[in-house]
Design a protein around this ligand. Structure first.
Ligand SMILES: NC(=O)c1ccc[n+]([C@@H]2O[C@H](COP(=O)([O-])OP(=O)(O)OC[C@H]3O[C@@H](n4cnc5c(N)ncnc54)[C@H](OP(=O)(O)O)[C@@H]3O)[C@@H](O)[C@H]2O)c1
Length: 221
């Protein structure tokens, strides 16, 4: 089978850093382009790192030949400090990257959204995730794959009080997350990364949405 080129954004994050290692170590990809705002701090024979200004994506993403595009971008309101900045990171950047890479011939776009994403939600976070889902789904990729994880678990450099408190709560209640509640169970970032890699090899046509329980199944198989 023809070896592919992957492009990844968000490669320094919890899911993205795991996904980057998977992509570099799997024979399906001959090259992995990582678009970052600060250097990754390591080299790899298949890795092409591009340190860019995300506010000038259209000047930076030019003449790339890519097959599969993975977005693990995102921020928190605490870091962004305003809804405007959060929307830019969670919607404008990935959507711009989707549009630019489609023009350059990318076949698939795979990205991390969230459990309960909904463009009509009253909650700002769920609404912007839903907006991104709707907008990317309108782009004519061969395949768009949306991942809707529940609470993410894994090692972070930073401490996120809200998420760690929720993790304790979710762990205590984990036996309750059965049947239709399975999609609410917390999930490891590494499992999401693995599911993203695996989904990219399935070549589904059109738009596919993975709820958290299906990410768990695919990512741990
Ligand atoms: N946390 C949860 O429980 C949870 C649950 C469901 C869905 N999600 C979603 O899952 C996705 C991935 O989550 P994660 O926890 O893996 O993310 P993360 O660890 O916070 O990493 C986010 C990535 O986005 C990049 N980024 C943030 N702000 C940026 C900016 N202004 N310009 C350029 N890059 C920027 C970061 O780069 P730097 O390293 O340069 O900052 C990093 O690579 C996000 O969309 C998140 O909303 C999270």
């Amino acid at each position: 089978m023809k070896k592919k080129t992957a492009l990844i954004v968000g490669a320094t994050g919890l899911i993205g850093s795991e996904l980057l290692q998977i992509l570099l170590n799997q024979s399906e990809y001959k090259k992995v382009i990582a678009i970052v705002r600060k250097p990754l701090g390591f080299n790899h024979s298949k890795l092409e790192e591009k340190v860019i200004d995300f506010d000038r994506l259209d000047e930076s993403i030019i003449n790339f030949e890519v097959d599969d595009v993975f977005s693990c971008l995102g921020t928190t309101i605490k870091k962004a400090k305003s809804q405007e900045v959060m929307r830019k990171v969670d919607v404008t950047y990935p959507l711009t990257i989707a549009r630019l890479t489609k023009k350059m011939g990318a076949k698939q776009f795979l990205f991390v959204s969230s459990l309960s994403a909904n463009a009509q939600a009253s909650n700002f976070y769920l609404r912007i995730k839903g907006e991104l889902e709707e907008e990317v789904s309108k782009i004519d990729f061969d395949s768009v794959t949306i991942f809707r994880p529940s609470l993410l678990m894994g090692k972070r450099d930073e401490f996120r009080l809200g998420e760690r408190t929720a993790e304790v709560f979710y762990k205590a209640l984990s036996v309750c997350f059965i049947g239709p509640l399975k999609k609410f169970k917390a999930i490891q970032g590494t499992t999401v990364a693995n599911a993203m890699f695996k989904a990219a090899q399935l070549n589904h046509k059109g738009v596919t949405i993975y709820p958290s329980d299906e990410i768990q199944e695919l990512g741990s198989s």
